[in-house]
Design a protein. Structure first.
Length: 120
């Protein structure tokens, strides 16, 4: 019984010590923020994650008014922050926009999500 308790304690301690290595890239913030109503159209989209992300394995799709795909330039890594992606935006017309993002953290796991904003 004592050996079983020792093994259980060791297994729990090992899993807690290694858990940050298995974390997934989670969106921490965006600019524009999710749900924002903007008087002026943004010139770029910035997504900030909780851990460094792989630019080559990341994508951002912008969908505008009428569910029309908006053509954008390539996304870029922020040279000052390896946890952030930057998407230059063309001139946006008034309306509601959906940003569908997909990224991979350095742990190799993909995460995805969606944010929305409106240009008045």
């Amino acid at each position: 019984m004592k050996n079983l308790l020792t093994l259980s304690t060791l297994a729990l301690a090992t899993s807690l010590a290694t858990s940050p290595a298995f974390a997934h890239a989670k969106l921490q913030s965006s600019n524009p923020a999710d749900g924002a109503a903007l008087a002026t159209a943004p010139t770029e989209l910035r997504l900030k994650y909780n851990e460094p992300v792989e630019i080559a394995m990341s994508s951002i799709k912008l969908i505008g008014p009428g569910n029309a795909a908006v053509v954008t330039d390539k996304i870029a890594a922020d040279p000052r922050d390896d946890k952030a992606l930057v998407q230059p935006l063309p001139k946006l017309a008034p309306g509601e926009y959906r940003v569908q993002w997909n990224t991979m953290g350095r742990d190799g796991h993909h995460t995805k999500g969606e944010i929305r904003f409106t240009v008045k």
